[in-house]
Design a protein around this ligand. Structure first.
Ligand SMILES: Cc1ncc(COP(=O)(O)O)c(C=O)c1O
Length: 382
């Protein structure tokens, strides 16, 4: 399928090509000085004490829960309106995901009321997802977490650069987890980052990232160590030097790219506000977004499948964020009681459509998408 307007695109140019070449010429491909530099610069960017680079956002979530010693028998609260990795990571450590509904049709982030209602003596942590780059209500969530002594793990896959009063997404809880997957605001293909102000946790995350080994290969290569011990059951969640080099360039471009995302979001809103048959969530949002997604919510009488099919025929790629996790067959079969009703999540899961948004998108393309939508809506009724 050749799309006229794609959902996302890589914000890459010649510099990314050159940097990959430079890494290859350096003859060192994984967990070297480039990874260390990305960790330093990322930590500075989000104003965190420690940043630990990993192979994906999923790996980051898994390690965060392992390092916090979440274990079988524990419960972890998580929104169902997210990518499945947010709750898979909870299953990886043998704990039980307990799904929380969203706040409302203008705010797809988790509801603090439902969160508090679902806390039991077994609850140990909450995985907070900042949907589409829009920060969840971290002030309220922190209060609840403090009251019930819960860890906060932020799934900040969408929210690199989002902030509240100059405090960056990913730094509100014990650990923040970022994804550098191809469609993210900072894209390296695969890759991820953990951030934490807790030095002890950072040391543990570093161990777990590479098989629990006390000395990384680079140290031995440089002659700083000749052997190692294994002190944890760890994983291979290491980042490559190529990903790190791409990450450094992408980090440089990030703020400008996020500004472009905001400009395009505002343009969509100006074009689509008041259009019959749809509404626009996250209007008048009080926190600074990273504008990762542009979601719209179709009215009940609009057939989403037909709507998306007509967009496709016009050459416009769209997507759904998200099919609710608690409705997936695997979760139904394997997680007792997980299919309790989450009314708002299910409503949004059935009526949401995500429109194209990325820094290379042109304003003419946004205007074209909006123009098509206005023509398509009356044809998608029923
Ligand atoms: C909300 C959310 N959490 C976690 C992930 C997992 O990240 P990754 O694909 O880097 O493993 C993603 C990414 O796709 C995501 O969108």
């Amino acid at each position: 399928m050749r799309w006229k307007v794609t959902l996302s695109d890589l914000n890459y140019d010649q510099r990314e090509r050159k940097i990959v070449d430079r890494v290859i010429k350096s003859r060192w491909l994984t967990m070297g000085e480039t990874v260390q530099r990305l960790e330093r610069e990322f930590a500075r960017f989000v104003k965190a004490k420690n940043a630990i680079a990993v192979s994906s956002g999923t790996a980051a979530l898994h390690l965060a829960l392992r390092a916090l010693e979440i274990k079988p028998g524990d419960e972890v609260l998580v929104p169902s309106l997210s990518f499945v990795a947010s709750s898979n990571a909870i299953l990886y450590v043998g704990a039980k995901p307990v799904f929380v509904d969203i706040s409302g049709l203008n705010d797809f982030n988790l509801s603090c009321d439902d969160l508090e209602r679902k806390i039991t003596p077994k609850t140990k942590a909450v995985v907070v997802v900042h949907y589409g780059g829009y920060l969840a209500d971290m002030e309220k969530i922190k209060k609840i977490a403090r009251k019930y002594r819960l860890f906060i793990v932020e799934d900040s896959a969408h929210s690199i650069g989002a902030e509240l009063n100059s405090k960056m997404a990913g730094t509100f809880g014990e650990v923040g987890c970022f994804s550098f997957f191809s469609n993210k605001n900072l894209a390296t293909g695969e890759g991820g980052m953990l951030v934490t102000d807790d030095d002890r946790l950072a040391r543990k995350l570093k161990l777990l990232r590479s098989h629990g080994m006390t000395s990384p290969t680079l140290n031995r290569h440089k002659g700083h160590a000749h052997s190692y011990d294994v002190v944890e059951l760890g994983y291979n969640y290491r980042m490559t030097e190529i990903s790190a080099a791409l990450g450094l360039l992408q980090l440089k471009k990030l703020l400008q790219a996020n500004r472009k995302r905001k400009f395009l979001t505002d343009l969509y809103v100006r074009n689509l506000e008041g259009t019959k048959g749809l509404s626009l969530p996250f209007r008048d949002y009080p926190r600074k977004s990273s504008y990762h997604l542009f979601p719209i919510l179709l009215d009940k009488n609009i057939n989403r499948k037909k709507f998306m099919e007509l967009l496709k025929r016009a050459g416009i790629q769209s997507s759904i964020h998200y099919p609710p996790i608690h409705k997936f067959s695997y979760y139904h079969k394997n997680l007792k009681g997980c299919n309790s009703k989450l009314a708002l999540t299910e409503y949004v899961g059935a009526h949401e459509v995500t429109l194209p948004l990325h820094p290379l998108l042109k304003k003419e393309e946004v205007n074209f998408v909006c123009d098509r939508i206005k023509k398509i809506i009356p044809r998608a009724i029923g």
